[in-house]
Structure formats: C-alpha cells, structure tokens
Design a binder for this molecule. Structure first.
Ligand code: ADP
Ligand code: ADP
Length: 228
C-alpha cells in the first residue's frame, strides 16, 4: 500500500513542487498520474522510491515510513519497487540478458536463480530470442520491453513508470500497455505518469490529476482531461 498525508516538497532552490498531497493507493491498483508539465508528477513519483525526500508530511510505502527510513535501508525499499523510465536507461555496453541479470546481481541473487529468472522474464516480454543483443540493436519498443523486464525481474510489489511510452510510436505504445496490464493482472501495483490522452481514455483506470503541486482530481476509471 502507498499512503501520503499532507506531503510537501520544496527543492533547495526554493521551488515548491508539491504542496499538500493526500492519497492512498491499494496493492494491485493501476493508477495514471496526469497533469501539465511542471505540475509535480515526477516529484510525486520520485518520492515513492526515495529518489527525492519530502520536506514535510508522511509517506508510507508497504509499511515503510519514508521519513524515518535510513539511507542504508533504501535498497530494501527498492527491492519492492521496479522503475521504468521514458528513456529506458539501459546500460549500452551490456546485452539484454546482462542488463536484466545486473538487477539481480546487485541484490546478490544466486547465479543459478539468475539464469532462470532472466529467461522467464524475457519470455514474458517476448524477447527471449534477443537475449544476446545490445540495446542499440533493438527498436525503441524492444528497449522499453527490456527496461520493463529489468524492473520486474525480482517480482516487486509496485512498478513505477514515468512516461514509459513517451518516446514510442502509437503501435509500440499499445504493446507496452499490454505488458503493463499483464503485470498488473498478477497483483502488481502500477503507477504510471503519462501525457497520452489516447491511452488514458481507452484503457480505463484510476486517474490522479496533479496541478501546481496538488491533486485536483482522483477518479476511478477516469478521463485524461487535458488537450495535450
Ligand atoms: P512534472 O513531472 O509534472 O513535469 P516535476 O515534478 O518535474 O513536474 O516538477 C515540478 C516543479 O519542480 C517544476 O517547477 C520543476 O521545475 C521543479 N523541479 C523539479 N525537479 C527539480 C529539482 N531537482 N530542483 C529544483 N526544482 C525542481
Ligand atoms: P522500429 O523501426 O520498429 O523501431 P527497427 O527498424 O529499429 O524497429 O528494428 C526492427 C528490427 O530489427 C528489430 O527487431 C530490431 O531488433 C532489429 N534491429 C534493428 N537494428 C539492428 C541492428 N543494428 N542489429 C541487429 N538487429 C537490429
């Protein structure tokens, strides 16, 4: 479960990105985060995996209190959260297989398990035949599938995706959404920031709209609600 109570975030330069966020997201939900550029969506998302710290307020992620979570415990939090970025953030010199295996090596998974887990997740995203390719040899959609595979290989409870289809053409974007829906159907919470009106209005899910650092709308099976 994700819980935020009266969360504020002011950056060191004095910019207030979040100005009193209250929200509760249950395990297994699929939530779109929408709103204009600069509204605070990325900040909201970064607080969840402790890429940023709140200035004020309470954030609980799977019963961990972010305000008292020690730096050395952050890796424990990250084991339960997979993150997918708009620009994939794959390691360019490593193969598809190695990019995904790396996520398991850092949490000291045994070599025997690594092979099985990586091949299983490559099967899930349909890239078993490209395990030896490097990112440059893949299309954008395939690179995003690798980055999703890397995010879910250790079976996190939550997957956070910050504009995962932002760099992809429409057909490829629908493929990525199908994979995210499949991951969600097995009980994983999905939090996805997006500017895609088509996706939000077609694949209906909970919609949380953020403007000027505040939640201005929170609807079950909501609409995108903006023109761009
Ligand atoms: P969105 O994802 O909706 O575009 P952001 O959370 O990125 O919004 O940004 C919200 C506000 O915080 C903006 O005014 C942005 O310029 C500012 N901001 C974001 N990150 C930083 C940072 N690291 N330092 C200072 N200001 C930032
Ligand atoms: P798209 O235009 O749909 O993004 P690409 O034309 O980039 O896709 O790639 C089409 C297919 O060719 C993909 O399956 C990709 O893996 C493969 N491919 C692209 N570039 C290379 C390359 N340099 N070496 C090997 N395979 C490649």
């Amino acid at each position: 479960m994700i819980l935020m109570k009266d969360v504020h975030k002011t950056y060191p330069n004095g910019v207030t990105a979040l100005n009193g966020i209250n929200v509760e997201i249950e395990q297994g939900e699929f939530v779109y985060i929408v709103g204009p550029s600069g509204a605070g969506k990325s900040t909201f998302i970064r607080l969840m995996y402790r890429e940023a710290k709140a200035t004020n307020g309470t954030i609980m992620i799977n019963d961990l209190d972010m305000s008292s979570l020690k730096e050395k415990k952050v890796p424990f939090l990250r084991r339960d959260i997979g993150v997918v970025f708009q620009d994939f953030k794959l390691l360019p010199k490593l193969s598809v297989y190695e990019n995904i295996a790396f996520a398991l090596e850092v949490i000291e998974e045994s070599p025997r398990n690594i092979r099985k887990l990586v091949m299983d997740v490559l099967e899930l995203v349909g890239l078993k035949n490209k395990a030896r390719f490097i990112p440059d040899e893949l299309s954008g959609g395939e690179q995003q599938r690798v980055s999703i595979a890397r995010a879910i290989v250790n079976k996190p409870k939550i997957v956070i995706a910050d504009e995962p289809t932002g760099n992809l053409d429409p057909d490829t974007s629908w493929e990525i959404m199908k994979i995210l829906e499949e991951i969600n159907s097995s009980g994983t919470t999905i939090i996805m920031a997006t500017h895609s009106k088509e996706i939000v209005n077609t694949i209906k899910k909970r919609v949380i709209a953020i403007e000027d650092g505040l939640i201005v709308r929170d609807e079950h099976r909501g609409e995108y609600g903006y023109e761009i």
